[in-house]
Design a protein around this ligand. Structure first.
Ligand code: C2E
Ligand code: MG
Ligand code: MG
Length: 654
């Protein structure tokens, strides 16, 4: 059976209260009606009859008042008040009946079975009770005015007998007064009930609202998971439980890879679906007693006592990773994501939530730095590295668009003729305190913190500006290769910024080449391919940088219509001593030839390299032996010399 709510009980109680107020009165009126009719019928003894009933009426009302007073005291005890209400109802009915019968007995007609007499007594009492039970003021008033009308009629018709007329008249006034009083009392009672109900309802609403707010405040609306706010409470419970039972707690900080891309490219609804799905999968991966929390964005926390050893934690983390990596079908499209995870273990890596979270976050940062879908356990050495990284991240954000970031150009040469055939633009960061920071360090930071697009745009602007300067200086122009991050390719932003800058500086896009890594090709070939296609349409050549260390298939190279390969310097620099490296270099040259694309060797840093490369059939190179990267002004001088046919390489080889 459904439990009765306190609010419903309150409503019932209020109804009973109204009944308790009107019932005795109605019963007495019922009896007054009956007796009045009897008085009309048996005119001989009317004064005694009416007097008796007047007394009965007053008695009942006094009793009712005392009951109401007790009610007020009982208000807080609903159950007791209800019992009393029932007693009052019963008591009123019985009292009304008894009073009616007792008062009538002395005046009863000889024949007590007179049907009219019995009918009037019963009808009066029943009508009074029914009116009161209905708690309907309209019914109660109709009833009272009926009595009033009968008395008035009777008074008009009666003759002589001044005492009788006086009694009848006072009964008439009394009835009128009672009718008005009932009406007023009813209105007050109804208003009181409404006020009371309103306040009960408002209280109830407030309670519900508060409960809803608490739920909202502590739960994430999108995924239904507990949120960051409730983490504190739940985690302290979990830690207390673990301490009491001598258990460890693994705190796993999870970040969905590529979430921002999916959200930006496929829309927020798609992103939401991905998050909801991830939340469901995480929940399914752990036990009911373990904690899964959405920290915000694409970050989740799993805290568990299930895994107690490193091996068990790794097994669990792999289970989570595998479940996050399952493809999700959304709107007919297959979405794929993975989770990077940082793990901190209680009590080794922190005694409280704050420390554990901080360390799991540091481990996560490291996991992300090593690529997608990886996990890392926290280690003390990490915090130092992380602090450095965060410092560089902040400094780099400040450096974008300032003179701290500038370009150097490294010339590319034809190894046979010694002619300068091209340039590679290399970004430099000169930090006011740290001095030169290697692009190997800051480019990866820029890629991770989302600065790479702005930086990439800056590079294109600087290249186009320098090309324009050289053009104005009237030097021989050679193609400039620009390194482009996979992120720029995936987002496609590189096309727009290349077009805008080339137009602004009146440079032909065909003077630009882009260098991409093999890993960029391995990504989502669909979108990368589209970007590459648009670039090629503009006449921009596409070169694969650091070729040999990635895993691009030859099919990829063929299908994406690549223009050239740059053999990674690690093979080139060791090829003199290591025959296997020489074999790799030779194989790459073979691939380029069979695909009919150009090939250039990076890291040429000795005359021996030039010789060996020429022997293997590679006639393009770049390296410290050939030329160091140089600032734009010096590059202009180089180009000028080249224009006048005085290439340093040719002088050197001469
Ligand atoms: P990368 O594109 O392979 O550039 C060639 C790197 O090899 C340059 O290092 C260059 O200074 C170095 N190098 C040239 N000749 C030799 C040599 O004979 N021996 C050795 N050991 N090294 C040589 P750098 O300038 O430090 O650049 C490192 C990497 O940073 C670049 O490799 C490129 O991947 C990235 N990078 C540089 N500028 C940019 C940029 O503007 N955008 C992007 N996305 N990446 C850039
Ligand atoms: Mg390069
Ligand atoms: Mg390279």
């Amino acid at each position: 059976m459904q439990q009765e709510q306190p609010a419903d009980q309150q409503v019932r109680l209020e109804k009973f209260r109204l009944l308790a107020q009107t019932l005795p009165q109605s019963i007495s009126f019922g009896a007054v009606l009956a007796l009045t009719v009897l008085a009309v019928l048996w005119r001989t003894q009317p004064p005694g009859l009416l007097l008796g009933w007047f007394a009965a009426h007053v008695g009942l009302n006094l009793w009712r008042l005392s009951v109401l007073r007790r009610f007020r005291r009982l208000q807080t005890n609903v159950a007791a008040a209800m019992r009393l209400t029932l007693a009052i109802q019963g008591g009123c009915a019985v009292a009304g009946l008894l009073w009616g019968l007792l008062a009538l007995l002395p005046y009863a007609p000889e024949d007590l079975s007179t049907p009219l007499f019995v009918a009037f007594v019963l009808a009066g009492v029943t009508a009074g009770g029914a009116t009161a039970m209905a708690s309907e003021i309209v019914a109660a008033l109709a009833f009272q005015f009926a009595i009033f009308a009968m008395l008035a009629l009777h008074l008009l018709r009666s003759e002589g007998d001044a005492a009788y007329q006086a009694m009848s008249f006072s009964a008439l006034l009394y009835t009128l007064f009672m009718a008005l009083w009932t009406n007023r009392m009813h209105r007050n009672a109804v208003a009181a009930i409404h006020t009371q109900l309103d306040s009960t309802r408002r209280e109830q609403q407030l309670k519900e609202q508060e409960a809803r707010y608490r739920n909202l405040a502590h739960h994430d609306t999108l995924t239904g998971l507990p949120n960051r706010l409730s983490l504190q409470v739940r985690m302290s419970e979990l830690l207390a439980h673990a301490t009491a039972n001598g258990l460890g707690v693994a705190v796993i900080y999870i970040d969905l890879d590529r979430f921002k891309d999916i959200n930006d490219l496929r829309g927020h609804r798609c992103g939401d679906a991905l998050l909801q799905n991830a939340a469901r999968r995480l929940r399914d991966c752990v036990r009911a007693t373990d904690l899964v929390v959405r920290m915000g964005g694409d970050e989740f926390i799993v805290a568990t006592t299930e895994a107690q050893s490193t091996v068990q934690i790794v097994t669990m983390v792999e289970r989570i990773a595998a479940s996050l990596e399952l493809p999700l079908l959304y709107d007919g499209e297959v979405l794929k994501t993975s989770g990077s995870m940082g793990i901190a273990v209680y009590p080794e890596h922190g005694a409280d939530l704050e420390q554990l979270l901080k360390n799991a976050d540091i481990a996560l940062y490291q996991a992300k730095a090593t690529g997608r879908g990886n996990h890392r356990f926290f280690a003390n050495s990490m915090s130092v590295e992380l602090r450095e990284r965060i410092f560089l991240e902040q400094e780099l954000a400040r450096a974008v668009g300032t003179a701290q970031l500038y370009l150097e150009y490294q010339p590319l040469f034809d190894l046979t003729s010694g002619r300068l055939t091209g340039l590679e633009a290399l970004l430099r960061w000169h930090h006011p305190e740290r001095g030169l920071v290697s692009p190997k360090v800051f480019i990866s930071i820029a890629e991770h913190c989302g600065l790479i697009e702005a930086i990439g745009e800056d590079v294109l602007r600087m290249v186009c500006r320098d090309l324009q300067d050289w053009q104005r200086a009237g030097v021989l122009l050679v193609p400039v290769a620009v390194n482009v991050s996979p992120i720029q390719l995936e987002r496609g932003s590189v096309v727009e910024s290349l077009l805008v800058n080339a137009r602004e500086h009146q440079v032909s896009p065909s003077l630009l080449q882009i260098e991409i890594t093999e890993t960029a090709l391995m990504k989502d070939t669909g979108r990368v391919a589209a970007t590459l296609h648009r670039l090629r349409e503009l006449g921009v050549k596409i070169l694969i940088d650091d070729f040999g260390i990635g895993f691009s298939s030859l099919n990829h190279l063929k299908n994406l219509a690549i223009d050239g390969l740059k053999i990674d310097q690690s093979f080139v620099s060791d090829m003199i001593d290591d025959e296997r490296d020489a074999a790799i270099v030779s194989a790459i040259i073979g691939i380029a030839k069979s695909l009919n694309i150009s090939v250039l060797a990076e890291g040429v840093d000795s005359p021996g390299h030039v010789e060996r490369l020429l022997g293997l059939g590679c006639d393009s190179g770049q390296g410290f032996f050939l030329h160091q990267p140089v600032p734009a002004q010096e590059c202009a001088r180089l180009l000028m010399r080249e224009t006048h046919d005085q290439s340093p390489l040719r002088q050197r080889s001469a």
